[in-house]
Ligand binder design. Structure first.
Ligand code: PAF
Length: 283
């Protein structure tokens, strides 16, 4: 595995790979890799001749009150994990190289970016879209792989690629879970032992909604009450940021379930803000 940190070097390397008619799949990450990332790398491996993983904690997607400085980091472990997963090139630029001091250009999908997580993290998706565009410009990948856990991020990136005619195919990777159902996330590292033992109730609450929906409960507000009561009962110290039943493409909130919808949630537990989602069906 080749490790590249210079922007000029990754650009030239990718240009030369393209000249050799190699296809490239990119897996953008912020490091501290877990099995979820590894499954995205494996998906990328199936798609293209060359797999590039970026490892960059993007400062512009964090608000000043968020966890940029505390974001977990283990460079050596990431190098081992990416290499073992079959990565060809690991791109890990410095923030000072990625962003000029007077950086002033942004990419946004404002309609989708202001919903759900955008309510409590208003600049988040602008930062995500901007850094992903920068990575696409540097690497010119044929494919880019994103996880379905960050459901809103995936929908926003698909919309950005469609609306700006970007020449890359977006591939979605399934949510990878711990044995007890907790969705894998680098931020799970913030949980205390006790919080970690309670966190799987978020998934259990979502499974309960899926079951209720199948059995005829199609009203969004009733489903929200069921979820809130379940969380209150099993994780009293948790605070629900949102629970929303949404259209899977438009992300707009639905009042009643017709055929299928996504229920997306964000829950604060200790120092972590955990997100998860589930596809629910009416029959
Ligand atoms: O999902 C993430 O880890 C980040 O939002 C991404 C896509 C790597 C952009 O920084």
């Amino acid at each position: 595995m080749k490790i590249v940190s210079e922007l000029k070097e990754i650009k030239e390397l990718c240009k030369s790979l393209k000249k050799q008619e190699k296809t490239i799949a990119l897996v953008p990450t912020m490091g501290f890799l877990h099995a979820g990332h590894i499954s995205l790398i494996k998906k990328a491996r199936e798609k293209a001749n060359i797999v590039i993983v970026s490892r960059f904690v993007n400062p512009t997607q964090f608000a000043p009150n968020e966890d940029l400085d505390a974001y977990p980091n283990d460079r050596e472990r990431d190098h081992k994990a990416t290499s073992e997963a079959g990565t060809d090139i690991l791109f890990e630029p410095l923030a000072t190289a990625m962003y000029n001091e007077n950086h002033g250009a942004w990419v946004e999908v404002p309609e989708l970016g202001k919903l759900l997580c955008g309510q409590t993290r208003p600049i988040h998706f602008r930062g995500v879209c901007t850094v992903v565009t920068k990575l696409f410009n540097l690497i010119q990948p044929d494919f880019a792989v994103f996880g379905k856990k960050d459901f809103q991020q995936l929908a926003i990136i698909r919309r950005m690629v469609r609306d700006l005619n970007m020449n890359v195919e977006i591939i979605a990777g399934d949510i990878i879970r711990e044995d007890d159902g907790l969705a894998m996330s680098s931020r799970n590292a913030y949980l205390t032992k006790e919080e970690r033992s309670l966190a799987p109730f978020i998934r259990k609450g979502l499974l309960l909604l899926a079951e209720k929906a199948k059995n005829g409960e199609h009203n969004a507000n009733s489903l929200y009450v069921i979820f809130s009561q379940f969380i209150q009962e099993h994780i009293p110290q948790a605070r629900i940021d949102y629970v929303k039943m949404i259209d899977k493409d438009e992300l707009t909130e639905l009042e009643n379930l017709k055929d299928c919808a996504v229920v997306a949630v964000a829950v604060y537990l200790g120092k972590a803000r955990l997100i998860d989602n589930i596809l629910i069906e009416s029959k």
